[in-house]
Design a binder for this molecule. Structure first.
Ligand code: ATP
Ligand code: MG
Ligand code: ZN
Length: 429
């Protein structure tokens, strides 16, 4: 029977959960030392392993291959199989999003006094727990404070801020993180190998990037790509299917902006919209790419700070010569100011307007000669304070004093010095 990849590759032991090292280590120790908390709270973005980990704990507590809780549940015994099939009598999974009322919770609480039927523990996994009504939380509060020794609650949520503080403080809390793109990529590579999926290395990275560290969505996309029936899956297919923007298009857009070629960009934008790219996705790609451009401009060895492929980075390095730092920062600022318009019905119009506005005008070149506005040394220092808010007036004074003029002029030397300090700050950040 066909099984989607994200279900086939659901981790079955704690050591198979990737990208959550501190959580895995703590839970392995807790189980090995038999220090099981009565209530756990797993929070974090979707598809990062919360439900999987909750089920692994349930298995670890009750696996029949061992006489006590084990960090390596066998996956074969009745208990393990029951939990996988969601049919174990000792493990209750509740989706609070569809059962938020208090009746079900009361019913659940009324059963906890009874000993487990097959295993050592009764586990209650409450998924999407932020959806529980306040009455439900009230009812749970006393129970999770001092439950019977054989009971473990595991609350999972993507919206921690909606969980009452009184509950949070009574649980052992674990924050699941988005998995780094590089780790997702190597995981996908491994699975592709096991499944004999022929996919280009750059396409694997593109899948991971398109889903920003969400494993479930990455695996789903990989699944979808295999159905294309292509000899080899390339990045182009990934961009096509996921609705993300190809890097080579973004390179062209950046080059066009710097050269003031407005119509070229409007054409690219139109192609994107016609091929179904969403304005929000276009907006995010542009902001993120300009951020990469800024990194590139300020640190030639900064590729690891971006998720760019090597060849894209190299092209970006040459395009970055056409930009100055202020122009890049302006472009990002303009885009950010338009963010809320991207869900508007006319978002594509706003995008067009933004792409036009982003093109540096003569005002831009004036900004590369800010001294035109300076009358005194203090003006120059005040300008620098705006660029380097982390430095004090005194520190800036000191830099000003030490300045070596260029061709006898202090102002251009000052702009250069400030830009260097900015770069240093960016590299440290
Ligand atoms: N950390 C992880 N390590 C390995 N696989 C993972 C991880 N996180 C997610 N997955 C994959 O994604 C699928 C879904 O994961 P899971 O149901 O545990 O996510 P979740 O955090 O509960 O998400 P949601 O908030 O949407 O319920 C798993 O079956 C597995 O294939
Ligand atoms: Mg879940
Ligand atoms: Zn077992």
């Amino acid at each position: 029977m066909y099984q989607p990849l994200h279900l086939k590759y659901r981790p079955q032991t704690l050591s198979e959960v990737i990208g959550q090292e501190h959580i895995v280590r703590t839970l392995i120790n807790a189980i090995a030392l038999q220090k099981i908390a009565p209530a756990y709270l797993f929070s974090g973005p979707k598809g990062t392993g919360k439900t999987s980990t909750a089920r692994i704990i349930a298995k670890s507590l009750n696996c029949q291959s061992s006489n006590e809780p084990t960090t390596k549940p066998c996956g074969e015994c009745n208990s393990c199989k029951g939990i996988t099939a969601s049919s174990s009598v000792d493990v209750t999974e509740l989706d609070a999003a569809s059962n938020s009322g208090v009746e079900l919770i009361r019913e659940l609480i009324s059963t906890i006094q009874f000993a487990p039927v097959e295993g050592r523990f009764k586990t209650f996994i409450i998924d999407e727990c932020h959806a529980l009504s306040s009455q439900s939380w009230q009812a749970l509060l006393k129970t999770i404070e001092s439950p019977p020794r054989h009971v473990v609650f595991i609350f999972c949520t993507t919206e921690l801020h909606k969980v009452p503080e009184t509950i949070v403080s009574r649980c052992q809390k674990f924050d699941f993180k988005r998995v780094p793109v590089s780790l997702v990529a190597s995981y996908l590579k491994q699975i592709s190998h096991q499944e004999s999926i022929n996919i280009a290395p750059s396409a694997v990275t593109a899948v991971a990037k398109a889903n920003k560290g969400h494993l479930r969505d990455s695996l789903k996309l990989l699944d979808q790509l295999t159905l294309l029936g292509e000899e080899e899956i390339t990045s182009n297919w990934v961009w096509e299917l996921s609705g993300t923007i190809p890097e080579y298009d973004l390179l062209t857009v950046c080059e066009n902006i710097s050269k003031g070629e407005i119509t070229g960009n409007l054409g690219i934008l139109q192609d994107w919209i016609e091929s179904g790219k969403q304005p929000t996705a276009i907006h995010t790609s542009l902001v993120s790419f300009l951020k990469d451009l800024l990194v590139c401009k300020t640190n030639l060895n900064g590729r690891h700070l971006t998720q760019l492929e090597e060849d894209t980075w190299e092209e970006l390095v040459s395009i970055s010569q056409l930009w100055n730092i202020d122009q890049i920062r302006n472009a990002i600022a303009i885009l950010m100011a338009r963010q809320s318009l991207m869900r508007d019905e006319d978002a594509h119009l706003w995008l067009e307007a933004t792409l036009i506005e982003i093109v540096p005008t003569n005002k831009g070149s004036h900004q590369s000669q800010p001294w035109k506005d300076w009358k005194t040394a203090q003006d120059a220092i005040n300008w620098a304070k705006e660029q380097l808010p982390h430095l004090t007036q005194a520190q800036l004074q000191e830099h000003w004093q030490k300045l070596t003029p260029i061709n006898g002029k202090k102002a251009p030397a000052w702009v250069e010095a400030v830009q260097k300090l900015q770069q240093k700050q960016l590299q440290q950040a």
